[in-house]
Design a protein around this ligand. Structure first.
Ligand code: ATP
Ligand code: MG
Length: 543
């Protein structure tokens, strides 16, 4: 027996030992009406985690019962995102694959006296549903004969009625304390072209009726969903019991993932895209999986995050810094080191020979077991980051200052002898001298130098725009406010930087650590290619 790490696995373990189930079959059930976001990653890790742990099966089930909002584009994007995370599903299924069977099950409910065709409009139905303290009113059509219901339902399918003119309702209990059980609508008339079935159907099953049937037909054992469906479980069970499903799938609810600073609702994300607040679904600030991928968040780090926050029954909000810590941990171990300057400041090494260049050994990643190096070009003319130089250094300032020493990473120790200012008094060039015997790896200078800074060589470096992306929402100081009020209008910082050529020769997906700044990657924008930050090096997570 595997060790349970959450309450769902505990339930599964109990069911396996009692013989209630003899294996697991789960499904990930997105509606193809938008792109997946980080909340879906939690559901994916849970459903595919159960599959992996119990050697079970897991389907990708597209819940496509809402033709006005669903598209092939979204289905394809969902598949791509799941593959990116490295999960492989056993089958791809759709609610629409089962429309005929769902229809036949509805006929069966009618035959059992469990469903009736209702002529009330959607507005009348909701007006008669009652409240939490008051029972609803029964529909005047509730006691139609089975024969009449069968005939009318068939005519609904045949397109004899206008949209909304009739619907099929379950006959349960208008006085139930659970409003979902008050004769819920299970089929509606809707003339809307479906992205898979076209105009074949003009009636569509409601989610609450279709879902338990599709689970059953796929052989799902555990139907895992988020807490807002807890009140729908009695209806889920009612469908399975009245239709005699054996074995009947079991619905279990878990808490949604909420993360500070991230918008986690497809509806809002769609609005951001439509209003042009972001550059599409894959904008690096978007919490969509395509956005996170484009930002450079490794799939492994995202899965690690989902597994560490775990599965619970209580809603809560996770700090964005926790996600960042997971990304940083992964990249620290795996990202190559490279050099770039966001705010270039020219440095001339006055005592280095003119027209000379040198190929120095640069450490690819100090965390690797077998150390690797690559060559970087060094010369008299370099750039450092102006943040690594201070005119008014605080005490214990170990980077470059007038008359101070600093080590250029994997190169030499230099000393700042003089500063050239522009007419506004800003430093524009540093005149430095280097210590020839201080070369990294063979330093015999005897100079103790605490600071190490990065640099790029003038004739070989590449000018590039460098961006630091923030998040779309201001942080947790604004709980409960509408997303519109919490929007962070300053979610991108732009620099005209310089980077060593190596970075621009490699894949767009490859991440690099730049000393003291952060992890970066190449990014394709509509009109140019730039470098963008995945996550800063500064660790704000201390809880
Ligand atoms: P949204 O509210 O963003 O539109 P949704 O629940 O409507 O999301 P679906 O496509 O229906 O999106 O979701 C597919 C699966 O992912 C469902 O099982 C749903 O419960 C789960 N899911 C969606 N959002 C989250 C979240 N924030 N945390 C955990 N699971 C989620
Ligand atoms: Mg949904």
């Amino acid at each position: 027996m595997v060790e349970a790490t959450n309450f769902i696995e505990q339930i599964i373990n109990e069911e396996l030992s009692s013989g209630k189930v003899n294996g697991t079959y789960t499904r990930f059930p997105p509606e193809p009406n938008g792109y997946l976001h980080i909340g879906h990653a939690k559901s994916l890790c849970l459903n595919f985690g159960v599959k992996e742990k119990y050697n079970g099966k897991c389907n990708l089930f597209l819940d496509d019962t809402n033709p006005s909002k669903e598209k092939e584009e979204f289905e394809q994007a969902i598949k791509k995102d799941i593959e990116w995370l490295g999960f492989s599903y056993d089958e791809v299924t759709h609610a629409s694959d089962y429309y005929e069977q769902i229809y036949q099950f509805a006929v069966k409910e009618i035959e059992l006296g469990n469903a009736f065709v209702c002529d009330m409009s959607p507005e009348e139905i909701s007006a008669n549903r009652g409240t939490l303290t008051e029972a609803g009113k029964e529909s005047p059509y509730r006691n139609r004969s089975i024969e009449e219901n069968l005939r009318l339902f068939k005519q609904m399918r045949e397109g004899k009625f206008a949209d909304g003119e009739k619907c099929l309702r379950a006959k349960i209990d208008m006085a139930s304390p659970n409003i979902n059980m008050r004769d819920p609508v299970i089929y509606r008339i809707l003339r809307e072209t479906h992205y898979r079935t076209g105009d074949k159907w003009c009636i569509y099953p409601m989610y609450d009726f279709a879902h338990p049937i599709c689970d059953y037909l796929q052989g799902v054992t555990h139907s895992l969903c988020t807490l807002e469906f807890e009140d729908h479980r009695p209806l889920y069970d009612w469908v399975g019991i009245t239709l005699g499903f054996n074995p009947k799938p079991r619905q279990i609810e878990f808490a949604r993932l909420n993360v500070t600073n991230l918008v986690m609702s497809k509806r809002y994300l769609k609005k951001l895209v439509e209003d042009g607040k972001v550059d599409g679904w894959d904008d690096p600030r978007m919490p969509t999986l395509t956005g996170l991928r484009n930002r450079g968040v490794p799939a492994e780090a995202l899965k690690d995050f989902c597994n560490r926050i775990g599965i619970s029954k209580a809603n809560s909000e996770v700090q964005i810094s926790y996600l960042e810590a997971c990304i940083r941990e992964y990249l620290n171990a795996n990202a190559e080191r490279a050099m770039a300057v966001l705010k270039p400041l020219k440095v001339t090494i006055t005592n280095y020979p003119d027209n000379q260049t040198e190929e120095l050994d640069f450490d690819i990643n100090p965390n690797e077991e077998i150390k690797r190096t690559r060559k970087v070009t060094f010369s008299k003319n370099i750039f450092i980051d102006s943040d690594d130089f201070s005119l008014a250094p605080p005490p214990k300032y170990f980077r470059l200052k007038k008359d101070g020493y600093v080590r250029l990473k994997n190169a030499y120790i230099i000393k700042c002898d003089d500063i050239v200012f522009d007419k506004d008094g800003n430093p524009v060039e540093l005149l430095c001298s280097y210590v020839p015997e201080s070369k990294s790896g063979s330093d015999t200078s005897g100079i103790k130098c605490k600071g190490v800074i990065q640099w790029v060589e003038e004739s070989t470096c590449i000018d590039t725009e460098i961006r630091q992306y923030g998040y779309l929402l201001k942080d947790e100081e604004y709980p409960g406010q509408d997303f519109g009020e919490r929007m962070n209008e300053n979610s991108v910082k732009i620099f005209n930087g310089k980077v060593e050529p190596y970075v621009m020769e490699n894949d767009f997906d490859k991440a690099y650590q730049f000393l003291r700044t952060g992890y970066f990657k190449r990014l394709k924008l509509k009109d140019k290619e730039i470098l963008s930050e995945i996550v800063s090096l500064k660790d704000n997570f201390n809880k």
